[in-house]
Write a new protein. Structure first.
Length: 135
C-alpha cells in the first residue's frame, strides 16, 4: 500500500526503474551476506537477512504496482485488461525461467549460489536501462 502512494506521486515508469534497481541491490547484498557475516552470531545473521528480505519485499511490490499503474495510464480501458494479463503472464514466466537459469548456474562446478544471484541482479540492472529510455 505504501509503495502505491509513492507511485501515485511520481511517474510510474521511473518508479519501476528505481524499485527494480533497489531490489537488485538488495538481492546483491543478500547474496554476499553469508560470506560477509561468517563467524558472527547466527541469530544476528538471521535478523539482518530477514530485515533485508522485508525491505526487498517492499521494493518488489513497488515494481509490480508501478507496472500496473503504467499500463493503466497508457492503455484505454478496452485494452487495459489484455495488457494486464500479458504483463502478469510475463512476470510469472520470468519467475519460472529464473529458477531454471539459477539451477543451471548453480549446477556449474565453478559457481556458488551467491554468484548466480549476483548474475541475476546484474541482468536486472541491465534490463532497467532501456526502460528509462521509454517516453
Amino acid at each position: 500500500i505504501f509503495s502505491g502512494f509513492i507511485i501515485d506521486l511520481h511517474d510510474p515508469l521511473h518508479c519501476f526503474a528505481i524499485f527494480s534497481m533497489l531490489s537488485a541491490t538488495a538481492v546483491i547484498v543478500n547474496s554476499q551476506l553469508n560470506a560477509a557475516t561468517r563467524g558472527y552470531d547466527p541469530e544476528g545473521r538471521y535478523a539482518v537477512f530477514a530485515t533485508l528480505q522485508t525491505i526487498n519485499m517492499f521494493f518488489q511490490a513497488g515494481i509490480f504496482t508501478s507496472g500496473v499503474k503504467f499500463l493503466h495510464d497508457h492503455f484505454r480501458s478496452a485494452q487495459y485488461g489484455r495488457s494486464l494479463v500479458i504483463y502478469s503472464i510475463g512476470g510469472r514466466c520470468g519467475s519460472i525461467l529464473s529458477g531454471v537459469v539459477m539451477g543451471a548456474v548453480v549446477n556449474a562446478d565453478y559457481l556458488v549460489w551467491g554468484d548466480g544471484v549476483m548474475i541475476a541482479a546484474i541482468l536486472c540492472f541491465a534490463s532497467v536501462l532501456p526502460v528509462m529510455l521509454i517516453k
